[in-house]
Design a protein around this ligand. Structure first.
Ligand SMILES: Cc1ncc(COP(=O)(O)O)c(C=O)c1O
Length: 338
């Protein structure tokens, strides 16, 4: 069997979404996200957040959500604090820096930023010859597939409040974070702790799209102007609205995230039982086993996956990702091969 464990966006979209897009195809609707589908989706998300006055904007991708939020929320001399491993630091081609904002990075632990490191950033920057750290960027799940516990988020939120910093959460895989077996923070908890965040659709069964959620009233004005200026205000915004409306119908969003996590946990348990270790604890749908290079060569004949980093002379870290559509047979075939 040949299978691709490279990422969670190798398939199209969940059939309910394709059906909904088809059913609504010839129906006319207003443009630029001011259509009934987007409004209905936003209402469902607000109900889930327990926050009626959240602003919700549907955008096409994760990099776009991040750069829109950073550029909209910060003054020119303000900076972002993140873990060294953060997606914005490593994998977004300098998109944040291109908006004019420096990223102050700290080592983190297993991909997670710690309150002490935020404190360090605040202490280190003290006058007008330096940037002013203002926005704390974390992603949940993290770049290493780990998950922030509610107490981690509360501790980060507390230090943010103490120093008047904004807490922004990149939720490309927020569903997987919430449904992780180690997780105890709901969407409503996250809405209470963060100033803004986004709920990822692309990596959880949508064709395309993320929902940016702004909670802090001071960050709400003129966001759509910034979207327009950055080419992010889609004339056919309905396309993303329809998808989120489906995802938040009857818990589909959570069901898909749970499936992806369960498949990855089955993989992780089998890999662990075979005696291999992991770069970071497997907690969601992305896992990072350490394999001998020879085994990686052999596995690569039947399976696609990223070789994440060198571990030592003879071993490397692989990244295996399961999606809403991964089948048991693919997991079984991989485990049989190792
Ligand atoms: C945590 C995280 N944030 C942002 C992104 C960027 O998303 P996109 O490729 O849609 O711009 C990714 C994509 O892999 C991601 O994993």
């Amino acid at each position: 069997m040949h299978y691709n464990f490279r990422n969670d966006y190798s398939e199209g979209a969940h059939p309910n979404i394709i059906k909904a897009l088809g059913n609504s195809n010839t129906e006319q609707a207003d443009g630029y996200g001011e259509d009934k589908f987007s409004f209905e989706a936003a209402d469902k998300i607000k109900a889930e957040l327990g926050c009626n006055n959240a602003d919700i904007h549907f955008v096409s991708g994760g990099t776009q959500a991040n750069l829109l939020c950073v550029s909209s929320f910060l003054k020119p001399y303000e900076s972002v604090i993140s873990a060294q491993t953060a997606h914005i630091e490593v994998h977004e081609a300098g998109a944040i820096e291109f908006t004019g904002h420096k990223i102050n990075t700290y080592p983190g632990i297993n991909g997670k930023l710690c309150p002490e490191q935020i404190q360090e950033a605040v202490n280190f920057h003290y006058d007008e010859h330096m940037v002013v750290p203002k926005l704390v960027f974390i992603s949940n799940t993290t770049e290493l597939g780990t998950v922030y516990r509610k107490k981690d988020l509360e501790a980060i939120s507390e230090v943010c409040k103490k120093y008047n910093l904004l807490l922004y959460i990149d939720g490309a895989r927020l569903g997987q974070a919430i449904k992780s077996s180690v997780a105890d923070a709901s969407l409503a908890d996250i809405a209470k702790l963060a100033d803004a965040f986004y709920i990822g659709g692309t990596k959880n069964g949508a064709l395309i799209g993320e929902a940016v959620i702004i909670i802090n009233p001071e960050l709400k004005p003129y966001f759509r102007y910034n979207m327009k200026q950055k080419g992010a205000l889609l004339a056919k915004g309905r396309i993303i609205g329809i998808q989120f409306d489906e995802l938040f119908k009857n818990g589909l969003y959570y069901e898909l995230a749970s499936h992806a996590n369960n498949m990855a946990m089955n993989l992780a348990n089998g890999i662990d039982a075979a005696g291999y270790k992991f770069l970071a604890p497997p907690e969601s749908n992305q896992i990072f086993p350490v394999f001998p290079n020879k085994l990686i060569d052999k596995l690569s004949k039947d399976f696609e996956f990223y070789v994440w980093s060198k571990y030592d002379e003879n071993n490397s870290v692989a990244r295996l990702v399961c999606s809403w559509a991964t089948k048991n047979e693919a997991v079984d075939a991989f485990l049989k091969s190792i």
